[in-house]
Design a protein around this ligand. Structure first.
Ligand code: URA
Length: 432
């Protein structure tokens, strides 16, 4: 196969020669395809699209460019993927809650991207927790505990790793086809029977518009099902931070408060139940979503989910008593300040992306790939849409006084104070 035959067919909107997409994906992984050819391929897909069958072919081929896990476990293997947002700590609740329902969750997660937080960065706030583990360790933890949240090894979907880096520098990130194949190739390499997708919409979403979220959700669901994994998506609100905190250790603490029932954040619990309900029904572990939701709620209320989380942390190198004494283990920032609004009124709108960027500026995310993340910093007690603005808008946790001052100004600028508003429903739509 000649890479030019694949690229020119895509460029001209003609059918790609048989086996061309598969050959191209393999060539990305082996190096048979050059950077220039990969960039031209990405641009052709960006401009002309792949179509449904082409998207499935690219997803499967990128999945198969590296290791694909096969499991021999006494229950279904499932996962969740979120398109990312601010205060989105659902993975830390959902993985152990699902494990507490008798299904297995090898959750291969990512780091923060742009203004969005990353599950691996959050878990690394836990002293000793190792996100980079070999495949046999991942297998052992999933078998013994029911869930393991870890990073991808270099052997998972190497074609995506290369194409993603090239997209990043060729203006070809924003393609629904390429985003779909990128996300799903990594997720499906974990050998899943069912997958639920949390596609965010609103000011803190990666693709903020409702039409974009719908298009991405449809493409993801059709492609994953086409590749043999039962999948549905919920489109969920990101017009305000999902949790009351944003920042790595702060979000872990809020997840623990909700997991253990000590201080529940309703939006975290409700979305955990809604997503868990979907995936339990998809994999057949529950007769329908209503029964799935009851099972997830019972795993949370009984303490089973918290217990699984504690076992996962210990198995991956963290403190053995984390689920009981997380506050003693999580690092805390030296400077903590309340942030008040400039004017009275109610919270009328939140630029959620700006809140996420303020966390990055505090050091809670990366501006360059080589940056070290400070797990201590961020915001807590974030006011939600419609809240009265005479209470603090939030509390900044910073490494220095100067950082705290800059973050307070950024938070004030991200909040529009006015006559208040009725927040959108948390779950706005279902695609499946
Ligand atoms: N996340 C991914 O893994 N890939 C994309 O292309 C976008 C978001």
């Amino acid at each position: 196969m000649d890479a030019r035959a694949v690229i020119t067919a895509l460029r001209d909107g003609r059918p790609v020669p048989a086996g061309g997409i598969e050959w191209f994906a393999q060539g990305l992984a082996t190096g048979a395809v050059s950077d220039a050819q990969a960039g031209a391929f990405a641009m052709a897909v960006c401009l002309r699209g792949l179509g449904g069958a082409g998207r499935v072919a690219l997803t499967r081929a990128m999945r198969d460019s590296g290791d694909v896990l096969a499991w021999d476990l006494p229950g279904p293997v499932v996962d969740k993927h979120s398109t990312g947002g601010v205060g989105d700590v659902i993975s830390l609740l959902l993985a152990p809650a699902l494990a507490g329902c008798g299904v297995y969750v090898p959750m291969i997660s990512g780091r923060g991207l742009g203004h969005t937080g990353g599950t691996l960065d959050k878990l690394e706030a836990i002293p000793g927790y190792r996100v980079e583990v070999a495949e046999d360790r991942l297998r052992a933890v999933v078998r013994d505990v029911g869930c393991a949240i870890v990073g991808a090894t270099g052997r998972i979907a190497p074609a995506d790793k290369r194409l993603y880096a090239i997209r990043d520098v060729t203006g070809t990130v924003e393609s629904v086809d390429l985003i779909t194949a990128s996300i799903l190739s990594k997720k499906l390499a974990a050998g899943l029977q069912a997958l639920v997708l949390d596609v965010k919409v609103g000011s803190g979403a990666f693709l903020p518009g409702a039409d974009q979220a719908q298009a991405l959700a449809r493409a993801l669901v059709e492609t994953a099902n086409g590749a043999g994994c039962r999948t549905s998506a919920l489109i969920t609100d990101m017009d305000q931070p999902l949790a009351r905190t944003a920042g790595n250790a702060l979000e872990v603490a809020e997840a623990m408060d909700t997991l253990t029932g000590r201080r529940v954040t309703p939006r975290l619990r409700d979305l955990t139940v809604a997503l868990g309900a979907e995936v339990l029904a998809l994999c057949g572990a529950a007769p329908d979503a209503a029964a799935g939701g009851r099972a997830v709620a019972a795993a949370l209320d009984s303490g089973r989910a918290a217990e699984r989380f504690g076992r996962m942390v210990a198995a991956l190198g963290g403190p053995a008593d984390f689920a009981d004494r997380w506050a003693d283990h999580l690092p805390a920032a030296p400077v903590v300040r309340d942030v008040f609004a400039d004017a009275p009124g109610h919270v009328a709108a939140i630029d959620t992306r700006a809140v996420g960027l303020a966390v990055v500026a505090l050091g809670g995310g990366r501006q360059r790939e080589s940056d070290r993340v400070d797990p201590r910093v961020g915001f807590s007690g974030l006011a939600g849409l419609g809240a009265r603005a005479d209470a603090p808008l939030g509390r900044v946790h910073a490494a220095t006084e100067a950082d705290a001052e800059a973050a307070a100004a950024a938070l004030r600028a991200a909040y529009r104070i006015g006559g208040g508003t009725v927040p959108a429903d948390l779950v706005q739509d279902r695609v499946g």
